[in-house]
Design a binder for this molecule. Structure first.
Ligand code: HEC
Length: 715
């Protein structure tokens, strides 16, 4: 009996040790794809799970297993993580929480929803010490990086300054009051966390240096300068003073990163330099904006880089972390890194050398006619795979289902519509639009080397105008001046906004909201609106008085203008962010408006491509034989693929959650969510049961807002 028991205990201990290893995301090589311990499934951000309880055969039997009400409603872009049976997520008001992943029962919740920063969070990162005695949740609230005890949800006071590190740290004196937050979880390597940051996209943007912080102490560990200083590689691709961050900033990673832990290589996709749409003050190629950077994760030293947009003047940020995967090329297995773009391309490289696996051709593009702008003459376009979003729109592509075809056509004829059309004063088409092609949801990849990526096919129009000169600003009332400088580009000169493109009207704000509410939003931002942290109290008060039509107070609270300190000034700005659409809000281009694509990255060929989602406005209006048009809809949030052959995705405006056969793209199952799931699902197993969970916050694309995480499982 004893002889029999002993080996059993040994087996149990071994099994325990193994599962702990497998569940510790900070251990190199630990990911066996059976847990979801890190953002987007693991360090390679593959959105892939080896779990196989849910299959194409039984997926139709999925039922709601539990629902968690977050207590506040609004956009939730969170991809939750699951560690040892506990699910960690974030609420719409950026409170972190821990749930029993089997039941949805709340274990703890951190933060005050009333005091929270009204920004979206894509999730949290988890770290534990080698002996497992110290377990931390790292996440951001505004400019603060917090370390919470994973077991209790209480701040770890020895981290940073009483539990928080400051994301301004290491950005320089010039950036100390600038808008710096993060919406995306950091990437863990040993005792480091490397942080994405979101910045202003104007001339007042902080520099987007990539920085690693010590997970134990909160101290800055290393900095990689994406706008290099004199003597550093890339310095000569900018004007000589650009690094001083007076009118040039950003080139930041906001979308998150991937890490090859065994090799110690960190992959960092960056965004455009700011100001986004005019680069007359940043003439040059602008390294390391719009780059995929391979950095030594220990030191932050550059190993190789690839720039996808030279001297970007379209806001073509890399929108998602890259996928690390293995492909076969020329009969050889190659560890690769694949990066999707807003323009709808996939770039695939050898992960170690940075050598492209398919040819990339520098292609001549139209030049800008804006004085002072020196647009780059060529842009790199991969020859394979073919783009997963349409690259050009012609008159023949005007939406045949729109009742405003004539006016859409008239607008189309009046603007510039070439591929890589620089933004001009007569208006320029950006297609695919500002939100991709690919967006922050990113792509999934499986061990067969197949990439699954959802995309938007929505045209946008940008128009350049002269920015008000300092002497013109001096002639405005104080509140209107602040409005003109800081708010007009999105909320419009007449304060009417552009509701259909997601920019609310502020005309009647005094009837809908009170001043503290608006003041809070101006300071801290909301959703995709940045905060204006550098506005003086006097300027903010004048602005509020202006928005609340309180002229007396507006004048009384004015700060002197022009100010003593030099304000960043650029001669041009765009009139706003406008989707090109008809009076009903339908895109001006023919459907499909959203697609789901399966691309074989071994060969560069497509396995399948389907419309994703259906536009409620056109339901039942299709050709008689089918009764419905395969419209697809604009979509936000990525897919998850499983070893058993499933692809799960929500993301669509129609608020459905769907499962497809990953081999064929055939729809296997769909269900209506309580609100649209603009987030990436996660799948995990607890107590022998596989779950798939999705955050449903809605509140984008005119959809109703929600407050739930919904988990599905077999009954
Ligand atoms: C880059 C574009 C952008 C700029 C610049 C901008 N906003 Fe916004 N604003 C938005 C978006 C987008 C929303 C909707 C956010 C949401 O609800 O998710 C918004 C929402 C708001 C709201 C909330 C409206 C409501 O009904 O709740 C207020 C108030 C507001 N903005 C005021 C301002 C003011 C004042 C400024 C200038 C200091 C400003 N915004 C600058 C994009 C912008």
């Amino acid at each position: 009996m004893k002889r029999f028991l002993f080996p059993l205990a040994a087996v149990a201990a071994l099994a325990l040790g193994w599962s702990q290893l497998a569940q510790n995301p900070t251990d190199t090589n630990a990911n066996d794809y059976t847990n979801w311990g890190e953002y987007l499934g693991g360090p390679d951000r593959s959105h892939y799970s080896a779990l196989a309880q849910l299959t194409p055969r039984n997926v139709t039997q999925l039922k709601v297993a539990w629902t968690y009400h977050t207590g506040s409603s609004g956009q939730i872009q969170t991809n939750p993580i699951i560690i040892d049976g506990v699910l960690y997520g974030v609420t719409p008001t950026v409170q972190a929480f821990a749930l029993d992943a089997a039941t949805g029962r709340e274990i703890w919740k951190y933060g005050d929803s009333l005091k929270a920063w009204h920004s979206t969070s894509r999730g949290v990162a988890y770290w534990q010490s080698k002996d497992g005695s110290d377990k931390r949740i790292l996440y951001t609230v505004g400019p603060k990086l917090l370390a919470l005890d994973a077991t209790t949800g209480q701040p770890i006071m020895s981290f940073g300054n009483n539990g928080t590190a400051d994301l301004h740290d290491g950005l320089g004196e010039q950036a100390k009051d600038k808008f710096v937050i993060s919406n995306t979880p950091g990437t863990i390597f040993d005792d480091l966390i490397v942080m994405p940051v979101r910045l202003s996209e104007g001339a007042d943007a902080a520099p987007g240096y990539v920085r690693a912080f010590n997970v134990r102490t909160g101290k800055l560990a290393w900095t990689f300068r994406t706008i290099p200083k004199p003597g550093d590689y890339g310095y000569t691709t900018w004007p000589k003073d650009a690094y001083k961050n007076e009118t040039v900033g950003a080139a930041n990673n906001w979308a998150g990163m991937a890490i090859d832990r065994p090799r110690g290589i960190l992959y960092v996709p960056t965004g455009s330099a700011a100001y986004d749409f005019y680069g007359g003050n940043r003439v040059g190629q602008n390294l390391f904006a719009n780059c995929l950077l391979a950095l030594d994760a220990r030191t932050g030293k550059r190993l190789w880089h690839f720039q996808a947009v030279h001297h970007d003047i379209w806001d073509r940020d890399f929108p998602a972390p890259p996928n690390l995967l293995t492909v076969r090329h020329d009969g050889r297995k190659i560890d690769a890194v694949a990066q999707v773009t807003k323009s709808g391309h996939v770039f695939v490289f050898d992960r170690v050398t940075g050598k492209p696996l398919f040819p990339i051709v520098e292609t001549p593009v139209p030049r800008s006619d804006i004085p002072g702008e020196v647009s780059w003459p060529t842009q790199p376009i991969p020859q394979k795979p073919a783009a997963f979003a349409r690259q050009q729109m012609t008159e023949a592509d005007i939406n045949p289902y729109s009742t405003d075809r004539d006016s859409l056509l008239a607008v189309f004829r009046g603007i510039g519509t070439r591929q890589y059309e620089p933004i001009s004063k007569r208006g320029s088409l950006l297609f695919p639009g500002c939100d991709g092609g690919a967006e922050w949801g990113g792509a999934a990849t499986d061990p067969d080397g197949i990439m699954y990526v959802n995309a938007n096919d929505i045209p946008w129009i940008f128009t350049m105008v002269d920015a008000p000169r300092p002497d013109e600003l001096a002639g405005l009332s104080p509140g209107r001046r602040v409005y003109t400088q800081s708010c007009q580009s999105c909320h419009g000169p007449d304060r009417k906004g552009n509701a259909r493109s997601g920019y609310p009207s502020l005309v009647d704000i005094s009837q809908r909201r009170d001043r503290p509410y608006v003041s809070n939003i101006v300071q801290h931002g909301k959703g995709m609106m940045p905060g204006f942290t550098a506005l003086s109290t006097a300027d903010r008060q004048a602005l509020l008085a202006f928005l609340f039509d309180d002229e007396k107070q507006e004048v009384a609270s004015a700060s002197p203008y022009p100010p003593k300190a030099k304000e960043p000034y650029l001669p041009y700005k765009v009139t706003g962010y406008h989707k090109f659409q008809d009076s009903q809000g339908l895109p001006a281009v023919a459907p499909p408006w959203g697609t789901l694509n399966a691309i074989d990255l071994n060969t560069g060929e497509y396995r399948w491509k389907i419309p994703l989602g259906s536009e409620p406005l056109l339901a039942g209006k299709g050709p008689e034989s089918t009764g419905s048009i395969q419209t697809g809809t604009e979509n936000y949030g990525g897919p998850v693929v499983t070893a058993s052959g499933l692809l799960f995705i929500a993301a669509t405006k129609d608020a459905k959650f769907r499962a497809f056969d990953k081999k064929t793209g055939k729809l296997l199952w769909e269900t209506q969510l309580p609100a649209a799931g603009f987030a990436t699902p996660a799948t995990y197993q607890v107590g022998g049961k596989q779950f798939v969970v999705i955050a449903c916050g809605g509140a984008k694309l005119g959809t109703k807002s929600g407050n739930q995480y919904v988990a599905f499982a077999l009954p």
